[in-house]
Design a protein around this ligand. Structure first.
Ligand SMILES: Nc1ncnc2c1ncn2[C@@H]1O[C@H](COP(=O)(O)OP(=O)(O)O)[C@@H](O)[C@H]1O
Ligand SMILES: [Mg+2]
Length: 359
């Protein structure tokens, strides 16, 4: 069972559309799919033709009282042959307050515990997150092993994405949940130069993290949502259906890597060990993020902290194949260039990244 969270704190970037239609495409390929609607706005629930007001129970009951009367299986709605829905409702917005007194660890584990009782009923579980990184999104990130971040190719705000990657990186560290993140450009209008340039920027910045597929703007996706079905059933030959079916093929082809798979890979390029150093008297926490680790701060990096004449020095040890890389430091949450490196490059978003050449 692969559990994938669809996350971005920005509203309107295509989270719900991706959850429902990737789900529809996976179902069309013969997989059993569970859609989990974590957004109190219940857009995914509505887009699957279910009226949240007509249900007696929804995810709220399951997450508010773990081990209580309501198990996840008792709130599921069957929406089609291969697809079930864990529905949301506006009451989900009360969950944060309801659980306020509980320890952070326990509060954010509710969804994960709910999934434990599912058994091997599904091939894919897709979680549609609300447009903020609060309790509900944390629950999704703890329950999932994979993350898809939809990014609007026409309205791309790098700051938000870097913040999100940082949060995911911190969370992975803290709970030892190694999340695999992928970026999906959405709402792409190839007729405008601006969108073409933005897409090129996203690809350059995130490289292999990006899906090859781009979701084009397609009005049939909106219509399908209004009709309460995935586009695979509403207009299977529309561009929107083709695009999401191409994403499904990419998802099917790339399950998250296990440590074993990494070790067995015999065609790995030769790695060089590279050290970069950052000294600061005032900083409390220094991380490094670049295209080599998907811009997730300190992911895959060994970190050594020493004192040097009253200043603290952070040494970051990277293992990289030869090539040219861009990076920035994250100093107490602030993204900064490397002050000791004159080699820099303008980033696609108008800022400056430091450049590291590994020979
Ligand atoms: N590729 C697309 N083409 C046309 N409309 C889209 C596309 N993706 C999303 N939309 C529409 O844009 C709006 C916002 O998308 P949605 O998936 O609800 O975003 P989010 O869940 O991130 O808030 C919805 O009305 C949706 O139907
Ligand atoms: Mg949504």
């Amino acid at each position: 069972m692969r559990i994938i969270a669809i996350v971005n704190q920005k509203g309107g970037c295509g989270k719900t559309t991706t959850t429902v239609n990737l789900g529809g495409a996976l179902e069309a390929d013969g997989h059993r799919v569970l859609i989990v609607d974590l957004d109190p706005q219940a857009h995914a629930t509505l887009a699957l033709g279910v009226d949240p007001d007509e249900l007696d129970q929804n995810l709220y009951e399951v997450m508010a009282e773990p081990g209580g009367e309501s198990q996840l299986s008792s709130v599921l709605v069957k929406v089609s042959e291969g697809m079930d829905l864990a529905p949301s409702s506006i009451v989900m917005s009360a969950l944060e307050q309801k659980l306020a007194a509980e320890r952070q660890d326990a509060r954010t584990e509710r969804l994960k515990l709910a999934f434990d009782g599912l058994g091997p009923s599904y091939d894919f579980v897709l979680i549609d997150c609300p447009p903020n990184v609060g309790l509900l999104t944390f629950n999704a990130l703890r329950a999932a092993r994979e993350v898809i971040i939809p990014l609007e190719a026409s309205f791309f705000a790098i700051d938000g994405v870097q913040k999100l990657l940082e949060t995911i990186g911190l969370l992975s560290d803290r709970i030892g949940n190694d999340l695999e993140v992928r970026i999906l450009p959405t709402n792409y209008d190839g007729r405008t130069r601006y969108a073409r340039q933005t897409l090129a920027d996203i690809r350059e910045l995130f490289k292999d993290l990006c899906f090859d597929t781009v979701i084009r703007q397609n009005v049939k996706l909106r219509e399908a949502a209004r009709h309460g079905v995935p586009i695979s059933r509403y207009a299977p030959s529309a561009n929107g259906a083709r695009d999401y079916s191409a994403v499904a093929i990419e998802v099917e082809a790339c399950p998250p890597q296990t440590t074993d798979a990494l070790l067995e890979e015999d065609e790995l390029p030769e790695l060089r060990e590279v050290m970069v150093r950052f000294a600061d008297t005032a900083a409390g926490d220094v991380r490094i993020a670049g295209d080599f680790n998907g811009w997730v701060p300190d992911k895959g990096v060994r970190s050594v902290i020493e004192a040097d004449n009253g200043s603290r020095v952070w040494t970051k040890i990277l293992q990289l194949p030869p090539g040219t890389y861009q990076y920035r430091y994250v100093v107490d949450g602030e993204w900064r260039e490397d002050p000791d490196n004159n080699n820099s490059a303008p980033s696609p978003t108008g800022r400056v990244n430091s450049v590291l050449v590994v020979r």
